[in-house]
Ligand binder design. Structure first.
Ligand SMILES: N[C@@H](CCC(=O)N[C@@H](CS)C(=O)NCC(=O)O)C(=O)O
Length: 341
């Protein structure tokens, strides 16, 4: 299995180098011909990416994938979800097993360059946090001096953890685990005093994977910036453009007040920005290589960014996250779509 992976990865890199700019339409064309978007997703993180009781995948990252399918095919169901662990995810993308990662992946310089990836925008601004037992009575991560801290291998969390303790002149004992399940079990079983990961993931783990959520608390500190978003292969420009503008369309749809509930009404709007957005006045579809109703299909079938956030992560969901940084820029958040113009 391992040999096949590395062989396929090496081949894809060689082909990518040889072909150079000729790769511009490779994935876009392949996805179109196949009729399905294959997304690398999280193995199970409620609110972001997890199968429900009927085995239907749900979550913010799942919606991102469905939105790409809606734009590409006018049909949000034309998706296939491939669960990937922290370790496997980049190989899955590089080898061509998946077309895009929509999976709590932080955008960093090293991943952008050395791993040959491209980032198609941010669909969740996160930060690394710690979860501890409530009975420890901790108020801040700085009180974790001397603690044993569990962290998952292959995540940005490993380096952030070391940096945090070092820059604060504190000692700690890291326990690096290969699988998320092992990390949770180690935390629950008391092998580590704290478990560290993206704050949103910890909030999801707390409500979904702990025997008694009230026995654990996510500390308020955010020790890093974790801008999460869809990832594509470098040199795959047309595909990158599509994924990026689908994300922007979800954000812009919210800013324009176009929701899953009112999109039909909005087709009659006299606002020129809304007419262009929904393809009533054509142009954007042709530019992206898809149907003029691409953004209409995204909002109608998946919803705008706020629709998706509220459904999956908001106050009515089990994870109950605040919009915070993930609110629109016009309300003080960081969600800012480049102009659809
Ligand atoms: N955003 C960070 C962390 C993302 C991540 O992979 N988190 C872990 C810990 S919650 C995870 O998803 N584990 C699930 C798995 O490997 O199956 C990154 O990109 O490195």
């Amino acid at each position: 299995m391992r040999t096949t992976w590395s062989w396929r990865w090496a081949l894809s890199l060689v082909l990518g180098c040889l072909a150079g700019g000729a790769w511009a339409g490779a994935t876009f064309d392949a996805v179109k011909a196949r009729g399905t978007v294959i997304c690398g997703v999280h193995t199970g993180s409620p609110g972001f990416s997890a199968p429900d009781g009927q085995g239907v995948w749900r979550g913010l990252d799942i919606d991102m994938c469905r939105a790409v399918a809606a734009a590409m095919f006018g049909d949000a169901t034309k998706t296939r979800f491939v669960p990937t662990t922290s370790q496997q995810r980049f190989t899955a993308l590089q080898s061509g097993e998946v077309d895009v990662l929509t999976r709590s992946t932080t955008q960093t310089l090293t991943r952008d360059t050395a791993l040959g990836l491209n980032f198609a925008g941010v669909n969740f601004y996160d930060g690394q946090a710690f979860i501890v037992k409530t009975r420890q009575g901790l108020k801040s991560a700085k009180e974790l001096a001397g603690a044993t801290v569990c962290v998952q291998q292959g995540t940005t969390g490993e380096l952030n953890l070391a940096d945090f303790f070092r820059s604060n002149g504190l000692t700690f004992q890291p326990v690096v685990l290969e699988r998320i399940e092992d990390g949770i079990a180690a935390f629950v079983g008391g092998r580590c005093d704290a478990f560290t990961a993206d704050g949103s993931q910890l909030a999801a783990i707390r409500v979904s994977s702990l025997p008694r959520p009230e026995d654990a608390v996510v500390l308020p500190d955010r020790i890093s910036k974790e801008p999460l978003g869809p990832v594509v292969r470098q040199g795959d420009d047309q595909w990158n453009d599509l994924v990026r503008w689908v994300l922007y369309a979800m954000i812009e749809g919210e800013e324009l007040g176009i929701t899953q509930a009112n999109v039909e009404e909005m087709l009659k709007s006299a606002n020129p920005a809304i007419q262009r957005f929904l393809g009533v006045v054509p142009g954007f579809g042709k530019a992206l290589g898809v149907d003029e109703r691409w953004a209409y299909a995204v909002i109608k079938q998946v919803g705008n960014y706020g629709d998706s956030f509220e459904r999956n992560l908001g106050k009515g969901s089990p994870v109950k996250l605040e919009r915070g940084l993930n609110d629109l820029w016009i309300r003080g958040g960081l969600m800012y779509a480049l102009p659809l113009r």
